[in-house]
Design a protein around this ligand. Structure first.
Ligand code: 8YV
Length: 327
């Protein structure tokens, strides 16, 4: 009889991660990388002790119920857990873990890349080159906006928000932030960051906004149409967190009307669908959810996930447990 822990992985992972999973556990991989259907997820949940999903798997109460009794751990490959019904899991006594920290720097780098790319019109410039439309330098052509001395408002000052602040400071941006809780004085001092208790007031005063908070019931459409309308028309908005923190249709309306200067987006409200009006705008730089897509981060995420599974298997509390109330 096989006594090894049964692990089901829902998507193809980097090879060293898959190899290690197979060495340590009775692992079922998904070499095709085709996302599992809802029924397939239910079936998988009923067949394993550990389910290893990703952001593309909707782990709702039905999937959790299907795993009742056998499923003990959902070891998410990724930091965000908004695709998992945490309450249902907690009621069923299932532990949830994620992979924080290891993707912080890469996600912050990509955020900084968008903070640069949108005001400096990088994607537009690249499109012009590819279309063979570069007719030579001109003193008034392709002028964007400098980012130095601009006010950056970070929404969500967790690990990634702080890493963005560190980078942005080096580029000469003034750091402002809104967070449920004020960060420590030591961190504020290190980042030169100014806390705004009221998000609306911060928005009206910023030049660039970076969304870095997790998606929870409280942050769904945090940047609603009303709030987005508070941003000054010269402002740029960057989102590398989760699409539904922003009302995407309202964002498209405001950009189309010129009520906002531009947006840099890596995440979307209804992935993989993207509001087509956003893609039609030169003022939008759109990326396909690639904040953590470096080979280094993805291997580190796998390693973190494996450590969580191993600790569970050995009877310890996995280090990266996600507690429902804190998300
Ligand atoms: C991950 C992310 O690649 O970790 C996250 O929350 O958004 C991505 O960078 C994805 O979640 C993998 O499941």
């Amino acid at each position: 009889m096989n006594t090894r822990t049964k692990v089901i992985v829902t998507r193809r992972l980097p090879e060293p991660v898959q190899d290690r999973l197979c060495t340590l556990f009775d692992t079922r991989l998904n070499l095709s990388d085709k996302a599992l259907s809802h029924d397939e997820l239910k079936k998988a949940a009923s067949q394993c002790q550990v389910l290893a999903p990703t952001v593309t798997d909707h782990i709702d109460a039905d999937v959790i119920e299907a795993g009742a009794g056998r499923l003990k751990l959902i070891a998410n490959f990724g930091a965000g857990v908004d695709h998992i019904d945490l309450d249902a899991a907690s009621r069923a006594g299932i532990t949830i873990t994620n992979t924080p920290s290891v993707l912080t720097n890469d996600t912050a780098d990509l955020t900084m890349a968008l903070i640069l790319a949108v005001p400096r019109r990088l994607a537009e410039g690249s499109r012009v080159m590819r279309a063979g439309e570069f007719a030579g330098w001109s003193p008034t052509w392709m002028m964007g906006h400098s980012i130095g001395d601009k006010k950056l408002g970070i929404v969500g000052m967790g690990r990634i928000g702080q890493a963005v602040a560190r980078r942005a400071r080096a580029f000469g941006l003034e750091i402002h932030y809104h967070n449920r809780n004020r960060v420590s004085a030591a961190i504020e001092e290190e980042l030169g960051a100014l806390w705004w208790s009221d998000l609306d007031t911060m928005l009206t005063n910023m030049d660039i906004i970076s969304v870095n908070c997790p998606k929870t019931n409280q942050t769904h459409h945090l940047l609603s149409r009303e709030r987005l309308s508070k941003l000054p028309p010269h402002a740029f908005l960057v989102n590398t967190s989760r699409g539904d923190v922003i009302d995407e249709a309202a964002l498209a309306d405001l950009l189309e009307q010129g009520a906002l200067a531009g947006a840099g987006l890596d995440v979307y409200e209804h992935e993989p669908q993207v509001e087509p009006r956003l893609l039609a705008l030169d003022s939008v730089v759109a990326l396909p959810h690639m904040g953590s897509s470096t080979i280094e981060a993805r291997i580190a995420m796998g390693e973190t996930m494996i450590i969580n599974i191993k600790e569970y298997e050995d009877g310890h509390k996995p280090p990266d447990r996600v507690i429902a109330e804190l998300t």
